[in-house]
Design a binder for this molecule. Structure first.
Ligand code: FES
Length: 160
């Protein structure tokens, strides 16, 4: 972890003015902001831990708890809801064995719902790691989850 944080800090020449981009890079690398990483950022950038927590809790994009490698956000705003989102939520929960708002134990998936993703005409809309998928159905969701599962399997095999 130390090497990862050092590399990120060096990217910004250790300049404390870049605290937000540094935290964004840490989150991108580790999928969340572990306490150990924040301690290192604090000492390398010479910024107090309380200031770091202030920033980390202010921005919604930061997470202090572990998140999955695949972050699935499903819109349940009105326009999407009326086009079958409740059934898609059930489907995802069954397939991934996690509930809305949870992260799988193997840290592969985080499933969350949001109120509007700003693409209502394409509803139901799902975003997986910033990639938008529109007009989602159970069948399309199934195909997408299969694809993610294959990627997950591949990366697990690559690690072993
Ligand atoms: S209500 Fe779903 S994208 Fe707006």
């Amino acid at each position: 972890m130390e090497k990862t944080i050092r590399t990120i800090i060096d990217r910004y020449d250790g300049d404390k003015g870049f605290l937000v981009p540094v935290l964004q890079d840490v989150q991108k690398e580790l999928n969340y902001l572990p306490r150990e990483a924040l301690d290192l950022v604090s000492s390398y950038l010479d910024v107090s831990l309380s200031r770091i927590f202030e920033v980390a809790t202010f921005y919604k994009a930061f997470s202090l708890t572990p998140r999955g490698r695949f972050q699935i956000n499903l819109c349940k705003g009105t326009a999407c809801h009326v086009r079958g989102v409740p059934l898609i939520i059930d489907h995802i929960e069954r397939e991934l064995h996690i509930k809305e708002g949870e992260t799988s134990e193997d840290l592969e998936y985080t499933f969350e719902t949001v109120n509007c993703l700003g693409a209502c005409a394409l509803g139901p809309v799902m975003v997986v790691n910033e990639e938008y998928h529109g007009q989602m159905t159970i069948a399309k969701t199934s195909r997408l989850l299969k694809k993610l599962s294959k990627e997950s399997q591949k990366s697990k095999e690559g690690k072993s």
